[in-house]
Design a protein. Structure first.
Length: 199
């Protein structure tokens, strides 16, 4: 059933987000990157925004953070091919440093401008539960600033009754000092494993 935006398919969502200029990010990105996965997935995972590789290829979670997420899902016993992955913000925000495009976090206003597109995706996929990967995703899904470190590994309930599991964004694990990576990754897998009951 189409929502207020009149979006009745992921193809329509892609076309609409490609044209979107409700915030400045879309003007500079290569393309919009919407979610991918089974149309009726029981579990949806939402990150912050596409990265450089995602912006170029047009697919979510195909860069280093996506590879880390794939590995964590496998260890958590969650079938990756049955999960719908997306982002709260549909365009890549960056700043140029020489020829490199460096990730820049979207502002609350920019994330809020994209919120209705995320809700369209949720309405199209109709997952039983959602994993919020990081603070931007958690805020977009819940409507309030979720303290991720305090709530990680916990289920929260959205206004529509869907359960949201809060954890870190996998990109945060890439910035952890090498001596702490193994433990941090194990904790991330432990968080994700709480969604295994859906399968």
């Amino acid at each position: 059933m189409p929502k207020v935006d009149g979006i009745a398919s992921l193809e329509q969502l892609k076309a609409a987000t490609m044209r979107c200029r409700e915030c400045p990010i879309g003007e500079f990105a290569t393309q919009s990157v919407i979610g991918e996965g089974p149309r009726k997935a029981v579990l949806m995972m939402v990150g912050e925004q596409p990265g450089d590789k995602e912006d170029i290829e047009g697919h979510p979670f195909v860069g280093p953070a996506g590879m880390l997420l794939d590995r964590a899902l496998a260890q958590a016993g969650i079938p990756r091919e049955q999960v719908f992955v997306s982002n709260a913000v549909k365009h890549f925000k960056f700043e140029l440093r020489g020829k490199r495009r460096i990730h820049k976090s979207p502002t609350q206003r920019e994330a809020a401008a994209c919120h209705h597109w995320l809700e369209d995706e949720i309405e199209l996929v109709r997952p039983k539960a959602i994993v919020a990967l990081g603070a931007t995703a958690a805020r977009s899904l819940m409507g309030w600033a979720v303290p991720v470190m305090a709530e990680r590994g916990h289920w929260l309930e959205r206004g529509d009754g869907r359960q949201v599991l809060v954890t870190l964004h996998p990109s945060a694990l890439l910035r952890v000092p090498s001596e702490d990576r193994e433990e941090t990754f194990a904790l991330f897998v432990h968080d994700l494993a709480k969604a295994r009951k859906l399968f």
